[in-house]
Design a protein. Sequence first.
Lengths: 293, 301
Amino acid sequence: MAIALERRVVATQRAKRHRLWRRVGHALTYLGLFAALVFFLGPFFWIVTTSLKGNEDFFAFPPVWIPVEPSLKHYAALFTRSSGARYFTNSMVLSTLSMISALVFSLPTAYSIARWRFGGGFLSIFLLVLRMLPAIALIIPIYIVYKLLGMTNNYLGLVVIYTVLYIPFAVWLLVGFLRDFPVEIEEAAMIDGCSRLRALVQVVVPIIAPGMAVVALFAFIATWNEFLFAIVLTGIETKTMMVLVTSFTSGGTDMFYGEASASVVLGVLPAFAVAFMLQRYLVKGLALGGTKG
Amino acid sequence: MRFAGLAMKRKQWEPLAFASPALALIAFVIVFPLVYSFYLSFQNFDLSVGPEYEYVGGKNYAEAIFRDSRFLGSVWNTALIIAPSLVLELLLGLGIAMLLSRVIHGRPIITALLAIPAMVSPVMAAMAWRMMYGVKYGAINNLGRQLGIIDVYFDWFSSPFVSILAVVLVEIWLNTPFMMLVLLAGLQSIPTELYEAARADGASPWQRFWSITLPLLKFTMAVGVMIRLIDLTKLFGLIFVLTFGGPGGSTETVAFTTYLMGFKDFRMSYAAALSYVIVGGVLVLTLVFIWMQRVREARAA
């Protein structure tokens, strides 16, 4: 009896200690994650508040972390003085066109691999190798050829490159989506007299649309972020946001903070939107495609 | 069904026809330029001299590998940036992923918030950090002064050593989220029964980590490191905006040096040769990595 009681006491003590440790562990877990959030989101917070500061706030000490009177005048300056509106539009147009073009070219290829094992595995490996290829190896010959053809400073020239750069990634993801799609539905449509291409466009596409949207968003953001081809091949009319930002770096480390921070805010906006929309696919998308220039 | 089967057999051109538009584009925009660039790398095409060029054999490659101290220095710089970045991204990514896997409430939202830098362009990240490193108006110096940690305005790009650290910090900020996502996926695929069984056998948290988490996560870690390694060899936009290779070329990466060679000095043939040296290097790295994995697996088996 006494022994049993003692055992129970020891057990509850152990349980109590256990609970205490768990609580400490939980607190530490959340504390660690909070530190991570501060590190990874802090720069965004600072850049947004900086873009809203008045000029006198930059010089103030103690520093102004949150502007008392936020103003949009740096955005206005960016849009009027630095043609920010034009370059933002350029980025939008280029990304949209490349996104559509990458999908149009990749879907039939992915279909061919998914349904007929076209290329017998070799093609898939080849596409994966292309993904590893450094862009620097392409920019020199492409620049020379584009100069000869007069294709620099031209939307089309860039769209063609971006399309090709994202074909490997788009094909890889689309093959996965197409393999999950039941062949029977397509075959039924074809028995009813539909051509294969029509079956693909009118039967398969509407059903795998969510998957295609994922691919499209990744292609969009990848084009948006691309830098090497953009800086070499764009001119004054076709510059993208990435190229515009570099124009603020002259003037040492203390430069035009207002316009520079405003352009960074606009430049990372799509990243924010897409990170939330694509959450489930981030791992696969980032591993296969990369969103970095 | 027989009908459909017949239809499929009759049209043998279809697989090729479906794939050909993309293949044609790849041929024009990737394969042809690569071949052309390979051809160029054996010439002496220099736009600053003129449009004529002639065959010079392996001279460009010999110069790149044996004599060009700037390019060889950039190889060293790239390694100096890659090594700490990879280690810290892996450790931090693993740490955060493990914290996340312990969280019960709000995991999706915290993960999504932490993942944002992974979608941000290196150029934009570099610009934001360049401003934060700013000597007088930068967030870091100002925060340090306000908290009394530093009492002078520190120039983060005054010495090669600190500059490389500054680059590595941005690199970590930008890419740890990717590592975290990959490792979180890996952690979630480990069956919880294993941990329960180990706990029932009285294994300490450290033992559980050492003999369950780590061995089962090894492959995921290897894949993540591999992808990051290959991408780090392409490091360009971040350098372009953050340091432009300075101070004194101490943060010039291989891709950045090749860019300068091609588009500042206009030595097209030489830049083409450099880009092939980089491709070769990446290829060797990839093969070594695959080989190391094989050896380790063979030893484990």
